[in-house]
Design a protein around this ligand. Sequence first.
Ligand code: SF4
Length: 267
Amino acid sequence: MTNIEWTDLTDNIIRAKDGGWWCQKISPGCANCYSEKLNQNTFFGGNKLPYSGQPPELVLDTEIIRKWGFQKKTKKHFVASMTDVFGEWVPRYWQHEMLDGMFVAPKQTFQILTKRPLIMLSSVEAWLDSHGLDKLPENIWVGTSIENRHTLQQRSPILAQIPAHVRFWSAEPLLEDLGDISLFLKDIHWIICGGESGPNSRPCHLEWLQSIVQQCHSDKIPVFVKQVGANAYFQQQQFKTRDKKGGDITEFIQQLQVQKFPCLPIH
Ligand code: SF4
């Protein structure tokens, strides 16, 4: 189970051998990493390691992967939500074992999100080659995190090269106005956006989210506003919500009350 609104469940296939998780911070979106915070807490199974330095010994949970093919009820799986499965420290054959498991589970939808789309691109291309395929199957969605203009320009064009039916952005935590995104949208099939939640949340102006939603509507791209965050502003005033992460859609301004998914098939 998960409280992430755009998925049905999270499958953490990579864990630290002695408990907890690990990842390597890479960009401003990682500053208040939820996974690292959870990992600091042994009560929740964490190992107290920071998400920097050298990784501990990690394991791939092949049992989770094996079970995907036997699951009857169709679900959306956010895979490896506690780390980046395309991190430099993750062996490529683990990424390929994951893709193999997804390939033989066509009833399930898999959402893979990375901050390292270049590694995702080369790994996916190698996997497609080894299977004689020219595109990922429809049930494997690939996404990258976009938190500011720099990561928009850096990551989206690389994501666009990954042969997939669904390429998506997670623009959360959104840390600044992305401006005109129309050039990038032509290669993207779905956008998730939202402000930051949790302690020390950085501000998110609802106008930034409005701009994304408007441009997605103009380009007919499904958009999912996940949350306004815990430190939201609207028209230069603090925008207070009862829900502490600003995740109750009924509290959003009307234009942001949109939570759409991609319609398949997309060709
Ligand atoms: S990539 Fe994700 S899981 Fe890894 S440190 Fe950054 S925010 Fe945390």
